[in-house]
Structure formats: structure tokens, C-alpha cells
Design a binder for this molecule. Sequence first.
Ligand code: GLP
Length: 263
Amino acid sequence: MECIIRPDAGAAMHLAARIIEEQLRARPDSVLGLATGRTMEAVYANLARLHRDGKLDFSKCRTFNLDEYAGLSGDDPHSYRHYMNRHLFSKVNIDLRNTHLPDGTAENLEAECEKYERLIAGCGGIDLQLLGIGRNGHMGFNEPLSAFRSRTRVKALSPATRAQNAPQFSSPEKVPRRAITMGIGTILEARRCLLLATGAGKAEIVARAIEGPMSAMISASALQLHPRCVVVLDEAAAGKLNATDYYRLIFENEPEWKQFRAE
Ligand code: GLP
């Protein structure tokens, strides 16, 4: 794992966008794993700007999102499909047929999960998976006690997650109780992972995920098993890490994404 600490949230998001840019330039037909949440909005704004400036082509790329709320259709403004269309897909030249999210309204959710796994495999797997982290350490909606070998499945949302995501809904009761999420096993199969976290509110959980013992209670700690994972933080989110001197030393001696270059 490589941990890169940037001075502020803007610089962290900018670096995350540049890593994605580098991947797409090296392989325009890359399969990108995408994430939602407030943290990612600026990343997508950066990617949209690069596209607008004529510097980034999404026409051949394929995407798979981590998760979707059960029961919400793509037209629902609270769905992650809606979020992705709004923040990224409508702003770049991506073919919507190449963008994938689980269908939260599928009649048979279990079959939908299996179909999603098959679709990912059919595209040759994910080249670069972008990840955020929930306050309880979840990636996607892999809530506490998610097995490290779990696959795409339906997961009940924890009270903490429902409270965290409530501001996006008109009232807390409107937050769905379940979601479809890629499993931790699915995420760990991505060729590279990029975890982005900003703000002091994430400092405690970031430290536990990166430096603490691996635990099914904190799904992001499973990234310690990934051979090519980079964590991009701002100073605030890095505030509770122990070994920051060491992380900075590595960063100073290596151009920021040298080790993370696309093949
Ligand atoms: C949701 C998503 C996660 C995301 C998390 C953090 O719960 N399912 O994939 O990492 O939000 O969101 P934020 O960036 O808003 O803190």
C-alpha cells in the first residue's frame, strides 16, 4: 500500500483525478470501477473539465459502480445511477451503454448480483477501482462483518450508514434499508485500487483501516491485502495516522504516482 498525503482536499482530489486520467490515457478502453459520495464529486468535476478541455476521451472506456440502493430506479434523484449521470456521464463522451450500476429495482436482486459479477468478468475485470470510505469503514456498502471474500450481493445498511447518507434524502426514513454492493472479494480483484478520503471526520477510520489490524468490522482494512493499492488523503484525513513521516519520505523520493503508472 502506498499512502500519499496532500496539503488539502482540493489537491487530494486533483491527484486522484490525475491517476484516473493517466490510466485512461495509457489504455483508452480501460475498465474503471467508480464510487459515489460527496468526496468523489470534485474528482468527477476534474475529469469533466479535462474532457471539456479536449484532454480526455471516454469513448472507449467502460465503467462499473460499486453499489446501488435497493428499490430506487435510475430516474430517482437519490439513486447512484442518477448521481453518476449528473456528476460524470452527462459531462463526458462516454457511451451510456458502457456504464454499469446494479439495478436496484430488479425483480430478482440475487440474480441481478450474479449478472453484475458476470458482466465485470466479461469485460476482463476492473483495471482501476476508485474507492471512498464510509465513517464506519465501509467500501461500497460492505457494512461491518462483510466477509473479505464476499461477492456482489444485497446488504442491509447499518444505522450509522443510513444516518450518514440521510442528508441526501428528504427525511432519514427515506434512506433505503438495503443496497446491492460489489463484495470485498470483487473489489480486491481489481488490478489497482485507489482509495480517496478527505476531512478530519474521516481521520479516525482511515487510521484504523490503513494501520490497524484487518477486520471484517472495517471493510476498507481489506485493502491491506491488495498488492497495488494507493491511498490519497489530505492532511486532515491523515491526522490520526502514526507513520506519516515514513509515508512522506517515500513520497518525497518517488514522483507521486510513479509506482502507480498504468501498464
Ligand atoms: C456511501 C457510498 C460509499 C462511499 C461513502 C462515503 O455510503 N456507498 O461508496 O465511500 O458513501 O461518502 P462521502 O464521500 O460522502 O463521505
